[in-house]
Design a protein around this ligand. Structure first.
Ligand code: BGP
Length: 464
């Protein structure tokens, strides 16, 4: 083999990530309760690309053995999945669904048998409907329900699962559900948005506390989508706008998760504008004392920011962007399918920030990836999708991860979003992200793409 230019540390975690709602299918089978996605799809199917909902997705529920075998085949030593809260506890609290216990036991055992370490998330956007009926994360009772659910998961699976994640991208349900209308309950209400964000952070700290109290021997963390914030210029007004965007969209969750406290800039704004959440006695101590052991970093795109040019209309609802404007950088590189900028160095800037300002916390790239529409046209005569663009995308990001490691970053792995093409929230099957294609018309037949074959060589030689 030719010499590796980018060699990664021994034991580097190579793999991918997915979530329960996006892969399991079997949405109303074997006692699973309804979650907000099942409910919202019934209510407004037209909000989903091509009118396709989460009922079947990629059938991991039935095909997990085949899928785990394929993961192993393409070099995975680890994989992040999530537990469906409403499968395990159909009402969100109370009665445990024994069929779900059996399913997750089987899945976890199958991972271990194949030498693929399961990283397990507790919440990936899928609030059980019974709890959403009482307000979901708006309601403090849901924090307690989540805490109880987390305890059940640790008790049932903690003997084998060594890496747990309390939330995936907790800011997304805040933005989607309470600001920008892309998740149920589709409200625009900044006051509720702040309360929801606060409750998810409190819930995370309570789950961490419970995990430690159970004397479990693994690690527990959170997965955050970090979008490094870059000012248009070094002009103080642009820089200030960028600092505030960073406080709203990154530090709002990063600081309490890793440092146990909220960013002062953000608290000041919330106080001035009258949007502080309801905080009960003792909460802040729980948050302070129960920070994460490990951080998952999802990185897709940066945020470019400039100072506000026009004052917002005082009549319009409060939005974080009252404090800055997004800025479209001329000449930026784009993924036109998803409409996201591609800026590979962003991944390095995040890792440097974690090293310098967050005690070099143990972390890994828990999602990074490229969604592409119409990949079928790249399928060759042998039936393999020639996704060279994905290989280039991964490689260009990995080079920066490698650079960060050379400079002392504590980053332990790289997981692609995602293993196989899966159902993607409101975009359904529009953009494909996987190492493996899924034939939606023919019993979900799986075929490894060129990127999957390439990834195997990377994982097996620990570099490229
Ligand atoms: C992240 C989510 C994933 C996944 C991914 C791709 O925000 O954690 O669940 O969906 O983004 O985004 P999308 O599916 O919206 O294209």
């Amino acid at each position: 083999m030719s010499e590796l230019h980018y060699k990664f540390p021994k034991g580097f975690w190579w793999g991918s990530a997915a979530s329960a709602t996006q892969t399991e299918g079997a949405a109303n089978i074997d006692g699973k309760g309804e979650n907000i996605w099942d409910y919202w799809y019934e209510l407004q199917p037209e909000r989903f690309f091509d009118g396709v909902g989460p009922k079947n997705t990629s059938q991991f529920y039935y095909k997990y053995k085949e899928d785990i075998k394929l993961m192993k085949e393409i070099g995975h030593n680890s994989f992040r999945m999530s537990i469906s809260w409403s499968r395990l506890l159909p009402n969100g609290s109370g009665e445990i669904n024994e069929k779900a216990v059996q399913f997750y036991n089987n899945v976890i055992d199958e991972f271990i048998k194949n030498g693929v370490e399961p990283f397990v998330g507790l919440f990936h956007f899928d609030m059980p409907m019974e709890l959403q009926k009482i307000g979901g994360w708006e309601n403090r009772k849901v924090v307690y329900a989540y805490e109880a659910y987390a305890k059940v998961c640790f008790e049932l699976f903690g003997d084998r699962v060594q890496k747990w994640f309390t939330h995936n991208e907790p800011i997304v349900p805040v933005e989607g559900g309470y600001l920008y209308d892309f998740h149920y309950p589709n409200e625009v209400d900044f006051k509720k948005a702040v309360q929801v964000g606060y409750h998810t952070i409190l819930a995370s700290a309570k789950a961490i506390k419970a995990y430690k109290e159970q004397k479990q021997k693994g690690k527990i963390g959170i997965v955050l989508n970090l979008t490094p914030s870059y000012p248009r210029s070094q002009n103080p007004a642009d820089v200030k706008a960028s600092v505030l965007a960073d406080a709203f969209f990154n530090r709002s969750f990063l600081d309490p998760s890793v440092k146990g406290e909220f960013p002062k800039e953000l608290v000041e704004i919330l106080q001035e504008e009258g949007y502080m959440p309801t905080i009960e006695d003792g909460d802040l101590t729980i948050i302070k004392n129960n920070t994460v052991d490990i951080l998952g970093v999802n990185y897709y795109q940066p945020r470019r920011v400039k100072a506000k040019e026009h004052l917002p209309n005082p009549e319009s609802p409060f939005m974080p962007d009252r404090y800055f404007d997004n800025y479209i950088m001329p000449g930026r590189k784009m993924n036109p399918h998803r409409g996201w900028e591609i800026y590979e160095k962003g991944i390095y800037d995040i890792l440097v920030n974690l090293k310098e300002n967050y005690g070099n916390i143990e972390c890994f790239i828990s999602e990074n990836g490229m969604g592409v529409e119409g990949e079928e046209k790249f399928r060759d005569v042998n039936g393999i999708i020639q996704d060279d663009y994905r290989i280039e995308f991964i490689q260009d990001h990995l080079k920066w991860v490698h650079q960060a490691i050379q400079e002392g970053s504590n980053v332990k792995g790289y997981h692609l979003w995602t293993f196989m093409d899966n159902w993607s929230w409101t975009n359904a099957y529009k953009n494909r992200y996987g190492f493996v294609s899924v034939n939606l018309n023919q019993d979900g037949e799986r075929t490894i793409k060129k990127s999957g074959h390439w990834f195997k060589t990377v994982a097996e030689s620990n570099g490229f």
